[in-house]
Design a protein around this ligand. Structure first.
Ligand SMILES: Cc1cn([C@H]2C[C@H](O)[C@@H](COP(=O)(O)OP(=O)(O)O[C@H]3O[C@H](C)C(=O)[C@H](O)[C@H]3O)O2)c(=O)[nH]c1=O
Length: 316
């Protein structure tokens, strides 16, 4: 029969991949709630929309009245992907980040407290740990929170709410923190789809600052497998770091993609740096490997080739 999962933000990039993964790899039923902001796209859910194990409800998790309609039944678990996620937008207008990421998470926690779901997994980010220098050791789950922009501060705040509801009410709550995702269906505001799209259309590729900021890239399906393992075997109250073990400077990422596309580096246009731009993110994933047996399977070269092929066929 399977469980009934409540997926929030399932019309977004990672959420829609996760629904696809679960419909293929479990017998679970899924309710997807999404407010369909600019970042949510029904194209992302088209391939499973007709499944009898799937239903969609348009709902903003920050609005209690909308959310109450979703709890016409109890859920076995909530997996909270719903978030405002783009750092540059948070620098220009932080308000939606506070609303969705903090208040929305709070509303879901209240629902768990009221017994409307048995457990919740919070999909968080490595950005809550702040920035590393090139020689620092990678972030572990014990690295102190030190967010540097309104987006990461809102995600750190929701992580702290989760912690407090676990400590105070002993609810079954788990946090996962992942590094930079890429893959098919990502919004074109993000770095990798922007490089691919601009290169395919011979447009300039904006590179912030000196281009030597480092990110640890993970293919989205590897991330979804990790969340599935946490859902099955994760321990309440715990945090699991999930990294791709593929640290690259932004310049290297551009070089690889342009090389694969047979385009020249002259498309790159250096632009003003992002305010408060974190220098480096790097993840130590040894806990999830040791305790749950997860490791990344898709190399950057393999993942980026699949991603390029998808954008060539589907556009942004
Ligand atoms: C959009 C853009 C980005 N960049 C640079 C800025 C970063 O150093 C790097 C990646 O930027 P992006 O905005 O794609 O991702 P991050 O700021 O690292 O954050 C992302 O990964 C974390 C884990 C999340 O949690 C965020 O939700 C997610 O957006 O490329 C450029 O140089 N030019 C551009 O046009």
């Amino acid at each position: 029969m399977g469980r009934h999962l409540l997926i929030t933000g399932g019309a977004g990039f990672i959420g829609s991949h996760f629904i696809s993964h679960m419909l293929t790899n479990s017998k679970d039923h899924i309710t997807n709630i999404d407010s369909l902001t600019y970042a949510g796209n029904k194209r992302n859910t088209a391939k499973f929309e007709k499944s009898y194990r799937y239903r969609f409800i348009q709902c903003d998790i920050s609005k209690e009245n909308e959310l109450s309609l979703v709890f016409d039944q109890k859920y076995d678990a909530i997996i909270n992907f719903a978030a405002e996620s783009h750092v540059d937008r948070s620098i220009h207008d932080a308000f939606p980040f506070i609303d969705t990421n903090i208040k929305g998470t709070f509303n879901l926690l209240q629902a768990v407290l009221e017994g409307k779901a048995k457990k919740m997994i919070q999909i968080s980010t490595d950005e809550v740990y702040g920035s590393l220098s090139p020689t620092d050791p990678p972030f572990t789950e014990k690295t102190p929170l030190a967010p540097n922009n309104p987006y990461s501060a809102s995600k750190a705040s929701s992580d702290l709410l989760i912690r407090s509801y676990y400590k105070t009410h002993q609810l079954s709550l788990i946090i996962t923190r992942c590094s930079n995702n890429y893959g098919p269906m990502q919004h074109s505001e993000k770095f990798i789809p922007k490089i691919i799209y601009n290169a395919l259309n011979n447009k300039n590729i904006p590179l912030f600052g000196d281009g030597l900021n480092i990110r640890d890239w993970i293919y989205v399906e590897d991330h979804c497998r990790a969340i599935h393992m946490v859902l099955e075997k994760g321990v309440p109250g715990e945090i699991y770091n999930i990294g791709g073990a593929e640290e690259k400077t932004n310049l290297e990422v551009i070089q690889i993609i342009l090389g694969l596309l047979g385009k020249e580096m002259k498309l790159v246009q250096k632009v003003d740096d992002r305010k408060g731009h974190d220098r480096r993110y790097a993840m130590d994933s040894s806990k999830i490997l040791k305790e749950l047996g997860w490791r990344q399977e898709i190399s950057f070269l393999e993942g980026i080739q699949k991603t390029i092929e998808w954008y060539k066929t589907n556009g942004v």
